[in-house]
Write a protein that binds this ligand. Structure first.
Ligand code: NAD
Length: 447
């Protein structure tokens, strides 16, 4: 569904009128094409700062330099900043937080369109002193508020919460959050823990097998595309009613189509049999298929409730149980579940959907420590308003509200969600597990 306001606000002939009417003026968002290359931050003017005593500043500097960023100590006359990286790991007391103001405030007027901010803090749960823990937690509020301020320029801000010894994990996150791929992810927290991980590189999924459910269209099709760009061979799964589109996606990404209703009782066994025969297992499992059947609870028939729970929740746990039990999910595997901001904040008419999507948030948190011994990570992505056939069905006024009520004043594209899924899927993201991260353009309402 085309976004007319985005077009009018970016057309010289109509931009003035849009401003006069007081309508939101979304900027055109930057997006990357194709796979990561060896220098994903090439040409980006990057400043790295730290509160005194920070433990992560060297890792940030190294990550930015290795990603090809143009690191400068200060902005030259007329230069603007594309990426700001700040190490706040040493902030332990309220007065330390002034370092955030000191670094960011003078630079914000010289922030480029579509700029990226990444702040690194200590993990409050690792700090015994309540004031130190509260100080670290405060940084999350700073990042969220900053994201809301800079969103008007298409810029995003995110937070890495670092467990002791996890500095090396910043390399992959800087490539994602410091560059154009982090288009619609803002105000989010990524918890990083120490784990052996390869250095990020181009086409890191070469030789890997991915499964994407609901791959015929929307976010699933974009995810199949992104994972294939990174080198994965993708098994594309969808229902019989979507057969034609499924075969098109599979052909486009050079993958394998599999017609399967994931909620059918024999679906886990059928998927297992397919993988055993065709690919000898899976490295990246993306549980993307999902349905909505909206009704207020008073008007919701039991079959509508059951259908949503079956596809969005039960099927996922059943498939995982089967693939884990028979060893088809490989060591160092990656599991990504598509949750929703409805699962974070709830939504009118979506008690069934919100229940299923909140369950996935709990599921990844509970599974992560259980899978860690095998090097498998599991995370959830919670999209906000994404322009897909699912949201095209929303009535006009509600659709407009969904689109605009975020810091970027526009809906995201399926590819924006696929970028976040791909970040979780990469071998370099070994220290990121149990997270739920929203791809919502920093929604203004809800959690
Ligand atoms: P979509 O409706 O455009 O596509 C979903 C795909 O899943 C379809 O191809 C459909 O045929 C397939 N599918 C449905 N039931 C299936 C089943 N039982 N077995 C196999 N395949 C099945 O949806 P989308 O907008 O691309 O959303 C993808 C995921 O992201 C869903 O889990 C959805 O709940 C979630 N999500 C989307 C948005 C959004 O704004 N679009 C927001 C939050 C969450």
């Amino acid at each position: 569904m085309a976004d007319l306001l985005l077009r009018l606000a970016n057309d010289r002939r109509s931009a003035g009128l849009i401003r006069k009417l007081g309508l939101p003026t979304p900027v055109r968002l930057a997006r990357a094409e194709g796979a990561y290359d060896d220098a994903p931050l090439a040409g980006r003017v990057t400043l790295v700062g730290a509160a005194p005593g920070g433990l992560a500043v060297d890792a940030l500097q190294k990550a930015a330099a290795e990603a090809g960023a143009t690191c400068v100590a200060a902005l030259a006359e007329g230069q603007s900043a594309d990426t700001l990286l700040f190490d706040a790991t040493a902030c332990r007391a309220p007065a330390d937080l002034a370092a955030l103001h000191g670094f960011f405030a003078p630079k914000l007027r010289r922030l480029a369109r579509n700029a990226r901010v990444l702040v690194v803090s200590a993990d409050p749960s690792e700090l015994a002193d309540p004031v130190a823990a509260a100080t670290a937690r405060g940084i999350e509020g700073f990042v969220r508020a900053l994201g809301k301020e800079i969103g008007r320029r298409g810029a995003t801000a995110n937070l890495a919460r670092l467990a002791p010894g996890a500095e090396s994990q910043l390399a992959g996150l800087v490539r994602f959050c410091g560059g154009p791929r982090c288009t619609y992810v803002s105000g989010q927290v990524f918890r990083l823990t120490s784990a052996p991980a390869p250095a990020p590189a181009a086409r890191q999924l070469a030789g890997k097998v991915a499964v994407v459910t609901g791959a015929a269209r929307g976010i699933g099709a974009a995810t199949a595309q992104r994972l294939s760009e990174e080198g994965a061979r993708v098994v594309c799964v969808d229902v019989a009613a979507a057969r034609d589109a499924l075969y098109e996606t599979a052909a486009r990404v050079g993958g394998l189509p599999l017609v399967l209703d994931i909620a059918a009782p024999d679906a886990p066994a059928a998927l297992s049999a397919f993988l055993r025969e065709k690919t000898r297992g899976v490295d990246v499992l993306v549980h993307n298929a999902g349905i909505t059947r909206d009704k207020t609870l008073a008007n919701m028939k039991p079959d509508v409730w059951d259908a949503v729970i079956a596809v969005n929740f039960t099927a996922i746990t059943a498939i995982d149980a089967e693939l884990l039990a028979n060893g088809l999910l490989h060591d160092s595997g990656r599991v990504v579940c598509l949750s929703s901001v409805s699962g974070v904040a709830g939504n009118f008419g979506q008690t069934n959907y919100a229940t299923s999507k909140a369950a996935l948030i709990g599921y990844v948190a509970a599974q992560a420590p259980r899978l860690a011994a095998r090097g498998i990570t599991i995370n959830a992505v919670a999209p906000g308003f994404i322009e897909t056939p699912m949201t095209a069905r929303i009535p006009l006024m509600m659709r407009e509200a969904g689109r605009r009520l975020n810091a970027l004043s526009q809906g995201g594209q399926p590819r924006d969600v696929a970028e976040l899924v791909t970040f979780f899927a990469l071998p370099a993201s070994a220290g990121v597990s149990g997270n739920t991260v929203r791809a919502c353009g920093l929604a203004l309402i809800g959690a």
